[in-house]
Design a binder for this molecule. Structure first.
Ligand SMILES: Cc1cc2nc3c(=O)[nH]c(=O)nc-3n(C[C@H](O)[C@H](O)[C@H](O)COP(=O)(O)O)c2cc1C
Length: 194
């Protein structure tokens, strides 16, 4: 039994929830992707700016939009998902919510790690707390560990190099926890149903 829980081949994509042209969240998202790779996972960056999802509900045909189909298919394949949203007006971004509203069963009984970012000292903590509640409604399993990218302008230097190395350890700790849940819940979905 333990052998089937210890599934090494996990797909853990990272969703970047800022669509601004000069967003500060892009490099932290790439760092999350890099650390997921370093943890031995298959991963990819799901960049909501590149994906350019139409506004949910505005057009009946939106569910068949190629970006929507691709997004849902990628989340359906995931064993766990890392979400990064900056904090806008004490909440997660509209782009993040728009993407989530396209999801139904794709995230059910899968763990999600939620990370925040802000120019202030809280690192998007208010956005993170709210976003975790949203995932519960999708029957996803938000884990306790989060990374809060505070004072975002100081995380990378002007050459694009990581300046605050403590984030590597914080990300790795979060990914350790996420991996535990990803293995346990993958086994659970297979053995007990989702
Ligand atoms: C519309 C908007 C609202 C914001 N509201 C907050 C906020 O409530 N709390 C905060 O700490 N920072 C706030 N900020 C600052 C952002 O945290 C900062 O601009 C950050 O770089 C945004 O991430 P991004 O560059 O990846 O989009 C806000 C920024 C924008 C654009």
């Amino acid at each position: 039994m333990a052998g089937s829980i210890a599934t090494p081949d996990l797909f853990v994509p990272v969703v970047l929830g800022s669509v601004r042209s000069n967003r500060r969240s892009h490099r932290p998202a790439l760092l999350l992707e890099e650390r997921a790779k370093a943890a031995g996972h298959r991963t990819e960056l799901i960049d909501l700016r590149a994906l350019n999802l139409p506004l949910h509900g505005q057009d009946d045909a939106n569910g068949r939009h190629p970006s929507v189909v691709a997004f849902k298919e990628t989340i359906a394949r995931a064993d766990a998902v890392v979400w990064l949203s900056p904090e806008y007006n004490h909440a997660y971004t509209a782009a993040t919510k728009n993407a989530i509203d396209y999801l139904g069963r794709e995230l059910a009984r899968k763990p999600v790690a939620v990370c925040g970012l802000s120019s202030g000292s809280l690192g998007g903590a208010r956005a993170v707390e709210q976003l975790k509640l949203v995932f519960v409604e999708l029957r996803a399993v938000p884990i306790r560990e989060s990374v809060y990218f505070s004072e975002a302008e100081s995380i990378f230097d002007s050459a694009g190099q990581l300046a605050r190395h403590e984030f590597v350890e914080r990300i790795d700790r979060m990914l350790d926890d996420l991996t535990w849940f990803a293995r346990a819940l993958r086994w659970g979905r297979a053995e007990l149903g989702s």
